[in-house]
Design a protein around this ligand. Sequence first.
Ligand SMILES: Cc1ncc(C[n+]2csc(CCOP(=O)(O)OP(=O)(O)O)c2C)c(N)n1
Ligand code: SF4
Ligand SMILES: [Mg+2]
Length: 312
Amino acid sequence: MIQPLSENSTGNLAVVNPPVTGERKGLTKKEIAADHPTWCPGCGDFSVLALYFKLIEKRKIEHEKIMTVAGIGCSSRMPYFVQAHGAHYIHGRALPFASGISLSRPDLHVFVFGGDGDAFSIGGNHFNHTARKNIKMTYCVMDNWVYGLTKKQTSPTSPLGFKSKTDQWGSVDDPINPMKQAISAGATFVARTTHTNPNHVLQMMEAAMDHDGFSFIECLSECVEFYEGAFDASNPRKGGVFNEVPKTHDATDEYAAYKLAGEPFPGSFGIFYKVDKPTKNTKEAEIIQSYQSKVAGLKDWQILQKNFDRMK
Ligand SMILES: Cc1ncc(C[n+]2csc(CCOP(=O)(O)OP(=O)(O)O)c2C)c(N)n1
Ligand code: SF4
Ligand SMILES: [Mg+2]
């Protein structure tokens, strides 16, 4: 099926999601919630799931229009708990799987969830390539600075000195900075939030969903079992500070965004970077549309024959 194309704010052709018709009443949380979440009591991931439900409810997204994809990890259990299409995929491989869905079904909202290990360790390569290709989807990394599911190994975001089962004397490797990583890889929407501020998480999820391109959110999500208190310095209820991105920040300025990403923890929260650029979805849809116009009226076997003739 050829997807409808229209001009976006940059004047480029963009694949448009069909508007929600409003003929069906929006889903309630009860209708979206599937299995009972199996996270440890107090895990930050509960908050992210609750806000994902809120987003679906608020934006009246219909069951068959949501796709929830994840890799492997505690955070990656998300699709089990959502009553809609979804896949709990291979560790680190959620993004290529989600890319296929996004490119073939641009009418769906593709949401990918996962952990810091899934995103930046085993899946680091896929992260970079999905970002640079600007494939339309929202990727929410629930960063807890540790491998939770496998019971406390050092992750790529664990700070120096973190003692774990893989670093008994404390981590000696510099952690990666997810925001810098996303900006330099070419993500066109890069935001940061924390599970302790629900309104802010929802705000970031909505903005990310509305972005026509690869939108990345780093959401701090505490692992109360293996890294309790990791984010206290960002939580005013624990004596920390929650600073929003300054109003004067120009989110289209890549260097300004990179500078913001370099602030020491707890840093700022909000949209660091956002630019409009043609997506791979649009570019591919244009190629398909142009090819299909060349073979209009031909039967499938005639198109095949034409291809064979060309190869002779
Ligand atoms: C190919 C492969 N390698 C390793 C594992 C083991 N494993 C499962 S989850 C995980 C890391 C999880 O950490 P993270 O992505 O940060 O998610 P969290 O559990 O912290 O939410 C690892 C190493 C696996 N399932 N598959
Ligand atoms: S081990 Fe940590 S990340 Fe996993 S469910 Fe428990 S608290 Fe959450
Ligand atoms: Mg983790």
